[in-house]
Ligand binder design. Structure first.
Ligand code: IYR
Length: 225
């Protein structure tokens, strides 16, 4: 039996109605300016920024509070190069080798992505999020983890948002397949690579596709009408 947590008071900030809405609008305006970036500057970013983004990720709710994620921050040129080479090798099989199914190929065509992942070597940091399929106690016994995908997805959302709030950019890159990251990062069999995040400043001449977000009506249903 796990020990039980003591319960302590929790009194989150409360605001008047107007201020509540104003704060919602302000936060929305902030996150609405975030874009996924594929053109980065090689300008250094303090490790402290990576730490803060992971601290933010660590606040995510998770199944049974197991926090089933590990973030690995890669800052050395040699490892970044290995990651780039392995990712590009897989992506060449996808793009040029015809491994991507036709429908998938058509879905990403408007984004103009290619097997060139040069940004993986340009950025100051590559941060790889691993999902822990199960935990491992110091004595080697396994600990069951719950809702791993949901938990890690929320943690990654917070990670991305924290970087944006700091004026930094990233991309949710999932080279497919990405088992090579387990080996390069020396992670155990209990973990699987979840998302590879290049982290840095957007290049001064970065461009992004001029895409629109779905209108609210397509994503929010008030029930009953
Ligand atoms: N992983 C590939 C292909 C790709 C897949 C999706 I889904 C995208 O939104 C964009 C690209 C790549 O990184 O190029």
């Amino acid at each position: 039996m796990e020990h039980e947590y003591p319960f302590i008071p929790y009194r989150p900030e409360r605001y008047g109605e107007e201020e509540t809405i104003r704060r919602g609008e302000e936060f929305y305006a902030l996150v609405n300016r975030r874009r996924s970036v594929r053109f980065f500057s090689d300008e250094p970013v303090p490790y402290r920024c990576v730490e803060l983004a992971v601290r933010a990720a660590n606040t995510a709710p998770s199944g049974a509070h197991k926090q089933p994620w590990t973030f690995v921050a890669i800052g050395d040129a040699g490892t970044k190069r290995r990651v780039r080479e392995a990712a590009e090798e897989e992506e060449r099989r996808n793009y040029e080798g015809g491994r991507l199914p036709q429908e998938w190929r058509e879905a990403i065509a408007p984004l103009g992505t290619t097997s060139d992942k040069g940004y993986l070597e340009v950025v100051p940091w590559l941060v790889v999020c691993f999902a822990q399929k199960y935990g491992v106690r110091p004595d080697g016994r396994k600990v069951k983890h719950y809702y791993v995908n949901e938990s890690v997805g929320i943690a990654c959302g917070l990670f991305v948002t924290a970087l944006h709030a700091m004026g930094l950019s990233t991309l949710t890159h999932t080279p497919n397949p990405m088992a090579f990251l387990t080996e390069i990062c020396g992670r155990p069999a209990s973990e699987r690579p979840y998302i590879l995040f290049p982290v840095g400043h957007a290049a001064p001449d970065a461009v992004v596709p001029d895409l629109a977000r779905k209108p609210l009506e397509d994503t929010l249903v008030r029930f009953p009408g």
